[in-house]
Design a protein around this ligand. Structure first.
Ligand code: UTP
Length: 293
């Protein structure tokens, strides 16, 4: 049983400056809902209600978002009951704990901060700036794989071959059409040296042995403790599987991806779908007609 999840959300978000100068990128809204709320919802939908958010400097609004705001609630209650219920839902979604990563020493270091909270249990990791839209929640899909194999599970997705050098890439033997028994994990390989085009995708189930591996992990890229480097150490000690998943991943830490995410989500929202589609069609028409013939 996976009962706990860790959501790292302490990073600088430099790719999204200046918006992230004084606010967390994890709070950037996709339409009207902060990204991290989708991530917490994915945990809850996967049966996990004990969540540790790795927070840091300038991230207090994440805590406030999942806290009660009684003044606002009583103000809204009289005006809009549906909205009031939405606000109450947010604060009751899960048992959310926070720990601060005081120095930003990388994703691996962020996960290491969860060692006392997770103890000797396997746990899920969901990057706080990554949303996955799927029928079965992505984390639930990984939990299913964990329950079958009892090994750490890394979510992976296919990326174009000319982009493999931007990602952590896995190599190994397919156990079925989704699951790969890992023999190799390479951080940002050159295209010619990449064992596959399957990239690590921001969701994991990790055994608690990851903490000992993190202790041995030296500073890597950007002088940070990288989770992938710890997984490379872990792979020498125990088996790890990678799993593809049904669903679409959105990395909102990247400005263009964030824009695309907003458009796709707006087209799926009942109240916006039709007028927004009409707006997009008109915009494209205007672009086409202003193009020199
Ligand atoms: P990223 O590498 O995407 O986040 O980490 P970043 O460092 O904030 O991004 P850029 O490159 O500067 O734009 C993925 C997740 O891990 C968290 C981030 O908050 C993000 O949700 N993270 C990263 C930490 O919690 N601590 C860290 O030291 C680094």
């Amino acid at each position: 049983m996976i009962k706990k999840a860790v959501i790292p959300a302490a990073g600088f978000g430099t790719r999204f400056l200046p918006a992230t100068k004084a606010q967390p990128k994890e709070m950037l809204p996709i339409i009207d809902t902060p990204t991290i709320q989708y991530v917490v919802q994915e945990c809850v939908d996967s049966g996990i209600e004990d969540i540790l958010i790795i927070s840091g400097k300038g991230k207090r609004s994440i805590e406030d978002h999942f806290d009660r705001n009684i003044e606002l609630e009583s103000h809204i209650q009289e005006q809009d009951e549906a909205l009031y219920n939405q606000l109450r839902h947010i604060e009751n979604m899960a048992n959310i704990h926070f720990i601060r990563q005081k120095e930003l020493n990388g994703l691996g270091d962020a996960i290491y901060h969860a060692r006392f909270h997770c103890g000797n249990e396997p746990f899920a990791v969901l990057l706080g700036d990554t949303v996955v839209e799927s029928v079965i929640p992505a984390t639930q899909q990984l939990i299913d794989a964990y329950e079958q194999y009892h090994q750490s599970v890394i979510a992976v997705e296919e990326v174009p071959w000319d982009r493999v050098s931007r990602y952590g890439i896995v190599g190994g033997k397919h156990l079925d059409n989704r699951i790969i028994q890992l023999t190799e994990l390479v951080e940002k390989p050159e295209r010619e040296k990449a064992p596959s085009n399957l990239a690590i995708a921001g969701r994991y189930i990790l055994t608690p042995q990851i903490f000992a591996a993190l202790e041995k992990t030296e500073r890597g890229k950007n002088n940070e403790i990288q989770l992938t480097d710890a997984l490379i150490i872990l792979l020498k000690q125990e088996n790890i599987v990678a799993s593809t998943f049904e669903g679409k991943r959105y990395d909102i830490g990247n400005k263009l991806e964030f824009l695309k995410t907003t458009v796709e989500f707006a087209l799926k929202r009942k109240e916006f779908a039709l007028p927004f589609e009409a707006f997009l069609r008109q915009t494209i028409k205007n672009i086409d007609s202003s193009r020199p013939k």
